[in-house]
Design a protein around this ligand. Structure first.
Ligand code: NAP
Length: 495
């Protein structure tokens, strides 16, 4: 079979992959494909169809540059609307012909002699000058190894692999976990189930969400006046930047903690339950969740708040103190393989597999490129996550970096760019210095920390600082190699 060559191969058709594709087209780059394992685009917004799934950043800030949506129906859009938005981006920006759906990338290996990535998919081989991994870090469900896991008789599923045909009516449902997914799922299903037992190992921190529908008049005005829409985005951006301060300045964390306590007091009358729901760690150490209906749901008579899940039996889940709670359905809201997602096993650079280089402790230059892996760009790489604003803003800074690299390669006839190990080490040291004294490293356990306890997920600064640091491509931070004659010419991909 002939090997097709493109300038850029993007892996993953979620916000990161679609955002990259849209931007490449804006830059006049047509020679690219987007490989996507699934039959449809959408990434986490295709996969997370559990009841209650919605965004926890206001939608006006959760959209891609170049495709504003004045028509969001609520402040915090729900999954179907966000997924539909992403499909609209694909249609309006002409990305469809670049998509290779139902194509799983099995290996991507850097060929130093030809200066290309050799990409094996289950439907044929490709080469590309540049590889963009946009597979996401909150994509691969993590199911904890609880004794007896395989013995459960009824349906057992993760929130990110929800079965919309599963009817929970009159069922006894056990939910394990109390993170962002559980906090949305529990109130959505509580009214319908016979009994819901919520297994909580650590109480979450909750603030009020105050979600509201956005009226027709408001939407019309935003559609008519792009400046008004921009102003809404700018205001939200500013508010979120301010909300990031308590995470980094311990002296301000008290304000957040006070707001969280006030929210709990207003919604849970029983002092004993309130005590159990009070976090025992510093505000923001674990992701701060927004919900107006989680606490009220937990106080309902058909809900039991249990401790951590210690054992699973065919018809029950046993909590740490030995109490067995009968269950017909088991729901894992237990998070994702953030630092060890499977795709890193499939990327092979100079120095071996990315998973072997990282060994559970991911690092990257400006969260985007990795020494030993020429022409590889990671959208949502290490230390590009956020707890206080829209992660799309971060992805867009990374895409700017990619576009800067492509422009430098064009301008100087370069075959490859790869971060200098010293530049990468300096960036990682900068992240570690900024992480010191922040709430994320204040002693609790969270998905932000890697196996060594280092903050490997969160950017410990403002969005503005990230954009200033990451968006520009700084040639002196890279080792560049000139193009050779042997390299295949990039072909435009035709529909
Ligand atoms: P998560 O925040 O990692 O929460 C996992 C939950 O499972 C935690 O409560 C954890 O308890 C519990 N858990 C894990 N292993 C356990 C075990 N062995 N026994 C008992 N409990 C266990 O996962 P998530 O809720 O899916 O959220 C992950 C991230 O995805 C969020 O922080 C957010 O960034 C994103 N997300 C966003 C949205 C949105 O935009 N609306 C929605 C969902 C998710 P411990 O706390 O004790 O470890």
């Amino acid at each position: 079979m002939p090997v097709s060559h493109v300038r850029v191969a993007i892996v993953g058709a979620g916000f990161g992959g679609i955002g990259t594709a849209a931007r490449l087209l804006d830059e006049g780059i047509d020679s690219f494909v987007v490989f996507e394992t699934g039959e449809q685009i959408g990434g986490v917004w295709r996969d997370n169809v559990y009841p209650g799934a919605a965004c926890d950043v206001e939608s006006h800030l959760y959209e891609l540059r170049g495709t504003p949506n004045p028509d969001w129906s609520r402040w915090f859009a729900r999954q179907p609307e966000i997924w539909a938005y992403l499909q609209r981006v694909v249609a309006e920006r002409g990305i469809g012909r670049h998509l290779r759906l139902a194509h799983t990338v099995e290996h991507a290996t850097w060929d130093d002699a030809a200066a290309v990535w050799r990409i094996e998919t289950d439907r044929g081989d490709w080469t590309a000058d540049v590889l963009v991994s946009a597979v996401g870090v909150l994509a691969e469900p993590r199911i904890p190894r609880i004794p007896g896991l395989d013995t459960f008789d009824g349906p057992a599923l993760h929130t990110a692999r929800w079965d919309p045909d599963l009817d929970l009516g009159r069922q006894r449902v056990a939910v394990i976990g109390t993170g962002a997914s559980a906090v949305q799922f529990v109130p959505a299903v509580q009214p319908d189930v016979e009994r819901l037992t919520l297994f909580m190992r650590t109480p979450p921190t909750l603030l009020a969400r105050r979600d509201r529908p956005l009226g027709h008049g408001w939407r019309q005005r935003l559609g008519r006046w792009p400046a008004a829409k921009q102003a809404v985005r700018a205001a939200l951006y500013g508010v979120h930047e301010a909300q990031g301060l308590p995470f980094r300045a311990p002296e301000l964390a008290g304000v957040g903690a006070w707001l969280a306590r006030r929210h709990l007091r207003a919604q849970v009358a029983d002092p004993a339950l309130r005590r159990r729901l009070t976090p025992g760690y510093r505000f923001g150490c674990k992701r701060v969740l927004l919900s107006d209906d989680f606490y009220p749901a937990v106080t309902q008579p058909n809900v039991t708040l249990a401790g951590g899940a210690a054992e699973i039996r065919p018809d029950a889940v046993v909590e740490a103190d030995g109490t067995a709670h009968p269950a017909d359905v088991l729901v894992f809201a237990t998070g994702f393989h953030v630092h060890d997602f499977p795709f890193i096993d499939r990327i092979v650079g100079h120095s071996g597999r990315l998973s072997e280089v990282w060994r559970g402790a991911p690092t990257a230059h400006v969260g985007t490129t990795v020494a030993g892996f020429p022409n590889l760009f990671l959208i949502q790489g290490p230390n590009t996550g956020l707890g206080h604003s829209s992660v799309i803003l971060m992805m867009e800074a990374q895409i700017d970096h990619l576009v800067g690299a492509l422009a430098a390669m064009d301008a100087h006839g370069l075959a490859s760019v790869e971060p200098r190990p010293q530049a990468q080490a300096a960036f990682v040291a900068e992240v570690d210095r900024l992480s010191e004294g922040t709430t994320w490293t204040s002693g609790c356990d969270s998905w932000y920390l890697d196996e060594s306890g280092r903050n490997a997920a969160i950017w410990p600064g403002s969005v503005g600082a990230f954009r200033r640091r990451v968006a520009p491509f700084v040639p002196s931070e890279y080792v560049a190699r000139r193009a050779t004659e042997a390299r295949p010419a990039a072909a435009a991909v035709t529909p």
